[in-house]
Design a protein around this ligand. Structure first.
Ligand code: PMT
Length: 404
């Protein structure tokens, strides 16, 4: 996907600039042409000689250089690329991009370009979460600037939090997805995927309900990742605060029974991923608000079993999806329980995650999962939910391409 793509790489002044030589190497291994603009700040962390040797091209630094302008004007520089990648993108360059400043070669090229732009932000966590940076980010996103990362972790300043530049493979994956999408294709183009996400709410009466701690972050990320690989995705979501992912058809439901109905209506699909935390039971709900009467016994709830969506979608038959993936949320015997769920519900794969208090799996941004298939168990490192979703989507793409 990156073969012969022309990437104008703007390196601004952050410690993450030390990752740029590896980034250039990996891009060139994939056949991309890389040309660099190095800002004054960037040159504090990486030399033009390093970038020039690895990219095999001249490194541009000076807006007012007579020789540079004669060889390649800054306008041409910004227009000859297929994409401009700013990595690392500091808070300063993001602010300049948002406000349209052009006081050096990098910002001038960014303002003069008619090409897509991607940024890989990198900065201190307080700078990243500062309302000014977040407002700039929103402005850039509204102008269709693509954003990869940042991720959470130890920062060079000694603090911990969000602000680390995305790792090189993540940036390569983002560029690959961009070009695939731009070309109107991906490994899942032409295939339909159904994803469930979030909790279900089971009403007790008109004002109360039974719920669980699912935020929808993991399921929504899976839907977005499948769509980015070209699948036509329907997401059936319980009540969450997550935004509808771009390019995904979303059906909002409340209860497990509504989720079952919406899933049945979304078929046929080649791929199903059930990431929702569906309530196992519904309540025989009262029509009116249950009143607390003085001295009366506490009301008891009459529970009845909900349909098992994953097991229903996995039933054998001519319309069974090619690949059905369930999740297993466990607090003990994680792998054994996931293996037995896979067998009991007749799905193909199970993504097992520990949801014990303290893991942060419910509602958090990261997840530690184990992929349970017929071939065995694969344990993945702790990753951001988005990265778990991307890895899962890649695995799904490899599987369906082999079985199509
Ligand atoms: O939403 P987040 O805050 O990001 O958290 C993510 C998550 C923990 C919710 C997610 O990673 C996850 O584990 N989802 C499955 C939660 C769950 O209900 O697990 P379970 O072990 O109870 O169910 C096993 C499988 O059967 C799941 O695929 C579930 O969607 C499915 N199921 C369960 C009951 C039911 N009635 N219908 C179902 O389809």
């Amino acid at each position: 996907m990156l073969e012969n793509r022309r990437i104008l790489l703007i390196v601004s002044g952050g410690i993450a600039a030390v990752k740029v030589p590896d980034l250039i190497r990996r891009l060139r291994e994939r056949g991309a042409h890389v040309r660099c603009i190095l800002t004054k700040g960037g040159a504090q962390f990486v030399t033009p000689l390093t970038l020039g040797s690895l990219s095999g091209d001249k490194v541009y630094q000076d807006l007012f250089s007579l020789t540079d302008e004669a060889e390649m004007g800054h306008i041409r520089l910004s227009r000859e690329a297929d994409i401009i990648l700013v990595a690392p993108a500091t808070a300063d360059i993001m602010a300049k991009m948002a406000s349209g400043q052009a006081d050096d070669l990098a910002t001038t090229a960014l303002l003069a370009t008619d090409k897509p732009v991607m940024i890989a932000p990198s900065m201190n966590v307080m700078m990243w979460t500062h309302p000014a940076t977040q407002a700039n980010l929103l402005t850039l996103k509204n102008r269709e600037v693509k954003v990869v990362g940042p991720s959470a972790g130890d920062l060079a300043c000694g603090e911990v939090g969000n602000g680390r530049m995305a790792e090189v493979p993540e940036i390569i994956a983002a560029l690959t997805r961009f070009f695939q999408k731009n070309d109107g294709q991906g490994p899942l183009t032409g295939l339909r995927a159904l994803v469930t996400s979030g909790p279900t709410h089971e009403p007790i009466d008109p004002v109360r309900y039974i719920a669980n701690r699912s935020s929808g972050k993991q399921g929504h990320a899976v839907a977005a990742a499948l769509a980015e690989l070209g699948a036509q995705v329907t997401l059936v979501s319980g009540p969450t605060n997550e935004a509808d992912p771009d390019g995904v058809k979303v059906t909002h439901v409340e209860t497990a029974k509504q989720m079952m109905k919406a899933c049945s209506e979304a078929l046929p699909a080649e791929i199903v991923v059930c990431a929702a935390a569906v309530a196992d039971w519904s309540v025989e709900g009262a029509k009116q608000k249950i009143k607390k009467e003085k001295g009366a016994a506490a009301p008891s709830l009459n529970l009845s079993e909900n349909p098992d969506i994953l097991a229903t979608l996995s039933l054998p038959g001519p319309t069974r999806p090619m690949l059905v993936v369930g999740f297993a949320a466990e607090t003990q015997n994680l792998i054994e329980s996931a293996q037995s769920k896979r067998a009991k519900k007749n799905c193909d794969w199970v993504v097992a995650n520990d949801v014990s208090p303290g893991t942060g799996t419910f509602g958090g941004d990261s997840n530690t999962v184990h992929l349970v298939t017929a071939d065995g168990v694969e344990s993945w490192p702790t990753l951001r939910k988005r990265a778990v979703a991307e890895r899962l989507a890649e695995r799904i793409a490899t599987y369906v391409q082999r079985h199509i």
